[in-house]
Design a protein. Structure first.
Length: 216
């Protein structure tokens, strides 16, 4: 799949990950599709309240930015980054239905071999272990076929649910990044969570299953 010092195989982003059983149902992670536009728009608009406090500031209203017509250009941009090996743009599915997204970005090769990971879930499904399962699947894909060594996740101190997800998968808090990101029209401090491949005894999914939080 991977040339270790250079780029990835261009099809590496097309894998489907899982499924993994959680208390909410079967969780899997798959590549974004052009036909995801309507459900993407519906869920993003319906979840404005739960997403705005944590997501980068954008230009235009939330409704404008998440109109169905915006998916085509966004999908095209993500797909071309994915083909270049710099982004893994995924949908999180629960029992085969789109319930959120998982993205791995800024994939760097060479001596660093790192990336960031981010995610969101439809609020109707909060607390069912979906994000935790999806992140574990993403981590194993990044440390396995993609060949990364380190994953970063930046999260605001007030975002306790996201910190719980990261901690359950094995990420550590490495400290506070002052005024790190423009979120909801202000520069917000973020905690830097990170995980390197040596810290996982086996895989993230195996650890989750051992802890009783998911099963195959
Ligand atoms: N305080 C402490 N813990 C909390 C709180 C809270 N206020 N709310 C939820 N939790 C815990 C839950 O109890 C659960 O832990 P447990 O299993 O030990 O009980 C954990 O947070 C949530 O785990 P999951 O059920 O796997 O997560 P979920 O599927 O509900 O998704 C997510 C979590 C993605 C953070 C969701 O709330 C969401 O989409 N929020 C809005 C967008 C967002 O914040 N995205 C993350 C941005 S940061 C980043 O991407 C790195």
């Amino acid at each position: 799949m991977l040339n270790w010092l250079g780029g990835p195989h261009t099809k590496a982003w097309q894998s489907t990950l899982g499924p993994l059983r959680t208390s909410a149902g079967m969780v899997s992670v798959r590549p974004i599709r052009l036909r995801d536009g309507q459900i993407w728009s519906d869920l993003r608009i319906r979840n404005e309240k739960s997403l705005v406090p944590w997501e980068p500031t954008g230009i235009g209203s939330w409704a404008q930015r998440h109109h169905r017509s915006q998916w085509g250009p966004l999908y095209g941009a993500l797909k071309s980054e994915a083909k270049r090996g710099t982004v893994l743009p995924y949908v999180i599915e629960l029992d085969g239905r789109y319930v959120g997204q998982l993205t791995v970005g800024n994939i760097q090769r060479g001596a660093v071999r790192s990336a960031w990971i981010g995610y969101w879930i439809d609020s109707d499904h909060f607390g069912g272990g979906i994000a935790t399962a999806a992140v574990a699947l993403g981590v194993d894909h990044c440390f396995g076929p993609i060949g990364l060594h380190r994953l970063d996740a930046t999260v605001q101190p007030a975002n306790l649910a996201s910190q719980a997800v990261l901690t359950k998968v094995g990420f550590r808090n490495e400290g506070l990044l002052k005024r790190y990101m423009d979120v909801d029209s202000k520069w917000r401090d973020h905690l830097l969570f990170a995980l390197t491949v040596e810290e996982l005894p086996g895989t993230a999914v195996e650890a989750l299953v051992r802890s009783g939080r998911a099963s195959f």
